[in-house]
Design a binder for this molecule. Sequence first.
Ligand code: MLT
Length: 402
Amino acid sequence: MAHPGEIDLLVYPDECDAFGHLNQASFLSLFERARWEMLVRGPGMDVFTRAGAWPAVRKTTIDYHAAAFPGDVLRFHQALTHHGRTSFTMRQTARRTRDDAPIATAEFVFVCINHDGRPVPVPVEFGDFMHARPGPGGAQRMIVNGVSLAVDVVGDGPAVLFVHGYPFNRGIWNDQLERLDGYRRIAPDLRGMGESDAPDLGYGMGTYAADLAALLDALGAEDAVLCGLSMGGYVAFEFLRRWRSRVRGLILIDTRAEADSAEARRARDASAALARESGAEAVADAMLPKVLSDTTRQRSPEAVARLRGIMAATPVAGLVGALAAMRDRPDSTGLLPTLAGLPTLVIVGQEDTLTPPDAARRMAGAIPGARLAVVDGAAHVPPLERPHETTALIRDFLRLVG
Ligand code: MLT
């Protein structure tokens, strides 16, 4: 069933080329049709003209992930990833309903103009409508710290805040969100990733951490168990430096406390160049073999496809911003001994080569009282690769934290 905010459109033969593929020019029409349908079902087709503003497209970027054919039904999801005074950016994703395969992701930058072609403010009614619209699966949108974040909030009880890594989104925590009942599970897309706003500038570990603190404020959560994977761990360290009293417990998954070496910093710049020149798909293709275990690749094609879809749909501004934030992050090894008294669990995938078990062992050893758990058959993303095992480890730890 399509969510009310999603639009299903059928692919017709006249939209396809001689090989029967949905033609790229037709894609543009379908994306446009989905936007109009969304307005028809929301504030009305005339929401712009009522305000004396017309949304002119200034830039279009489309990533084609897979072919679509006549008879396929594509589900279009629309999200606002940037809302300026006179401009806004909309990201649209098209997935095939039959198997949920990602087919295309598009980003449109609009400038609102009046009859004289002069920029005018984005109509308030339109902005309100887009911010209030839930994402796929019912994610809320919350405006915090100057950005609109997509966030899943599930269940009641003590809060657990899940912070994904790079270039992932809250989708890696599906099993934990579904099964850790008895806790209020909060999983945002960090700014620049997933369906959250992706501003052009302003990324840093401090900013991500401030977004999370503001998110907890907005949700009325005084404190939380912080669970960060990889880059999410870097954000957790920054959060701890600033708001230690708000952290009841800490789960560090496949992450490290050290800052980047000079070589790693150069590699960040090379990845940013790849993202700018070739887009998120190229980044996904380069990273995918490094983040999943052999076991996952051989036995869980659906997990491989899912993670690739997540990575390939990350906005380029968010990729470039996160790479700079990671490159410039401070060393957190000095923080580790100061965490004495904070219940801490370190989880690592047995086959992780990016943050290997030995490094996790050293990090756990530097945090007084921390426990270490190694997940067999997983590499860098255990919550998605071995979801049940990871959820069980987290559940046991949360029981201890109380
Ligand atoms: C992540 O998964 O967040 C990244 O691998 C972190 C990194 O590149 O340092």
